[in-house]
Design a binder for this molecule. Structure first.
Ligand code: SF4
Ligand code: SF4
Length: 84
């Protein structure tokens, strides 16, 4: 690998992401949990008002803002924010 390319790779910033999960919309299907490549999401042990265990943002430090979780959520319960 050329040295210049190696240096560029080392300088590449890791994209930081953040999600917000609307726990009242969530039905606990786990699609987001199974899809997240960074294991950011887990199921809560507390019910929401509909009686589901909703997903929550358990490991925010890992999030890269890829939005895969929001894409697969059938209830549109996830908003994604990205810091470039
Ligand atoms: S945006 Fe990507 S990395 Fe962040 S929680 Fe969703 S699937 Fe995981
Ligand atoms: S995909 Fe949506 S509805 Fe399913 S657990 Fe995740 S946030 Fe909840």
């Amino acid at each position: 690998m050329p040295l210049e390319f190696k240096i560029k790779l080392m300088q590449t910033k890791v994209r930081k992401g953040k999600i917000e999960i609307n726990s009242e919309r969530c039905k606990g299907c786990k699609y987001c949990i199974l899809t997240c490549p960074k294991s950011c999401i887990e199921l809560s042990s507390n019910f929401n008002s509909s009686g589901y265990f909703p997903a929550y943002f358990a490991n925010p430090q890992n999030c890269i803002g890829c939005a895969m979780c929001a894409v697969v959520c059938p209830d549109l319960a996830i908003d994604v924010y990205v810091e470039e």
